[in-house]
Design a protein around this ligand. Structure first.
Ligand code: SF4
Length: 470
């Protein structure tokens, strides 16, 4: 970058102060005190709100009775990435958001931190609860070593299959290593978890990119393949000046920030385009690095996709918001210098459908700008998918049935490449359940028979394609 309005490289002291964890690990006495508040509800709503159905009252009771090992086992039985999920899950809208204490106008149980406490104890002390099952002789490749891929690989290994995880990046962990905000989960946290999970005995090959060029070879050498590639690059917004230096996608910005452990140079005035959770993460991270940050969103505050608690966190970190505003041009010699925007008005629709927006003529204005972060969504991994015979997608998302099997029978898929981008915990649930689907498929002569009673199971597609494999 040649632009002069760049901030200096942050020093270690600043990084330590700014990026300290917002949910620090509990001490043993904090965990006992907090766990003793739980009402151990019958038919607990917190369990229903957890995408991996962890028995929350059970693990909390185990912490209360100082059975930390037992508590970790309860969590890992449902969610082998229970440690990172405890730290990065939006618990405010999941388990904690459904805690009965909220009905009593009281603070909900701090479930996420209790979960991280118990699982962190097991990881720290290298205590393991599962081992590889009796070898079945089946070989499975997992494309993508993120949360879905790791959960799938672990479960498949428990079931006795030989698993190789192929990860395109230098390190595994996916979003946990390269995507989530570092004040939620550090690189060390993520990599420790990867190491802990993989000790069960599956192999991780990092730096291997699977594409339409080498997928056939992979298919020949494996009995089944699980696709957990996540999403692709940040979408372009198609306005003039997007190619200038200093304009970067949010995913690429966060990837670089995580890879360099926050030691990166950013511009003084940064504009983040979009108002989803990724946009908010990029905005907060930039602000913590010392930039003046403004989020630009074309619609109103009520329409933004980011969780309210994330938006509030951004505001507490001095991030500004410009609503009903669209960027129309980015300009500068080589490096971005200005961003031109236009104001929008909401046009109420007669039906209950979301209002549309219309630019207000003559409302254009220009702002000084040293960096633009594009956070309006991510592309799909179309190249890889198009190389797989028979694999169908819907708007770039892979179509799967209830066993996570794709329309190309040897291939299963889960995580963001199926749901279009949800939470880490949703990816873990997909990976775990897909492993069971793969097991059914492989252990019944490549049909989808029920594992328990040997009867053929008629697959009723969630996604609208009836598959019967008998
Ligand atoms: Fe405990 Fe709250 Fe769950 Fe009830 S809803 S079991 S109080 S965490």
């Amino acid at each position: 970058m040649t632009n002069t309005n760049l901030l200096p490289l942050p020093d270690n002291e600043t990084l330590e102060k700014e990026f300290k964890k917002i949910k620090p690990l509990m001490t043993a006495s904090e965990a006992v005190v907090e766990s003793s508040r739980c009402l151990f509800c019958h038919d607990a709503p917190c369990i229903k709100a957890c995408p991996t159905s962890i028995d929350i009252p059970m693990f909390i009771r185990q912490i209360m009775t100082k059975n930390i090992k037992g508590s970790a086992k309860t969590i890992f039985t449902q969610n082998i990435l229970g440690k990172s999920c405890g730290e990065v899950c939006p618990t405010q809208v999941l388990c904690e958001g459904s805690c009965v204490y909220l009905e009593l106008n009281e603070k909900p149980i701090d479930i996420g931190r209790l979960q991280a406490y118990a699982t962190g104890y097991a990881i720290e002390n290298d205590i393991h609860f599962f081992k590889a099952g009796k070898a079945t002789g089946k070989k499975i490749a997992v494309i993508g070593g993120g949360p879905a891929g790791l959960a799938c690989a672990h479960e498949l290994t428990v079931l006795g299959h030989k698993v190789t995880v192929l990860e395109a990046n230098k390190k595994a962990g996916g979003l946990n290593t390269y995507g989530v905000a570092p004040y939620k989960l550090t690189n060390k946290d993520s990599l420790n978890e990867v190491e802990y999970i993989s000790k069960i005995g599956f192999e991780i090959k990092a730096g291997i990119k699977v594409s339409s060029n080498n997928i056939e070879e992979l298919e020949k050498n494996h009995d089944a393949i699980f696709i957990s590639t996540g999403l692709g690059e940040s979408k372009k917004i198609k306005i003039p000046g997007e190619g200038l230096k200093g304009v970067i996608g949010a995913t690429e910005f966060i990837h670089n920030l995580r890879d360099k452990e926050q030691k990166i140079v950013v511009g003084k005035n940064i504009f983040v385009i979009g108002a989803g959770n990724t946009a908010i993460d990029a905005a907060v991270e930039s602000s913590k690095l010392g930039a003046n940050v403004t989020v630009i969103y074309r619609r109103s505050a009520g329409d933004q996709n980011a969780y309210d608690f994330e938006v509030n966190h951004a505001k507490e970190n001095n991030v500004n918001f410009l609503y009903l505003t669209s960027p129309i041009e980015i300009s500068g010699k080589e490096h971005v210098e200005k961003i031109k925007c236009i104001k929008n008005k909401l046009i109420k629709s007669k039906s209950n459908i979301k209002s549309s927006i219309e630019p207000i003529k003559g409302s254009e204005f220009e702002l000084d700008c040293d960096m633009v972060i594009l956070a309006t969504g991510q592309e799909r991994m179309i190249d890889l998918f198009s190389g797989i015979k028979g694999l169908e997608t819907d708007n770039g998302k892979i179509i799967v049935n209830k066993n996570f099997q794709t329309t190309s029978p040897k291939y299963f898929a889960g995580g963001d490449c199926v749901n279009g981008g949800k939470e880490v915990v949703n990816a873990v649930a997909h990976g775990r359940d897909a492993a069971r689907g793969i097991d059914k498929y492989l252990m019944s002569n490549n049909t989808c028979h029920s594992h328990e009673n040997g009867n053929p199971e008629k697959l009723v597609s969630n996604a609208g394609f009836p598959l019967t494999r008998e």
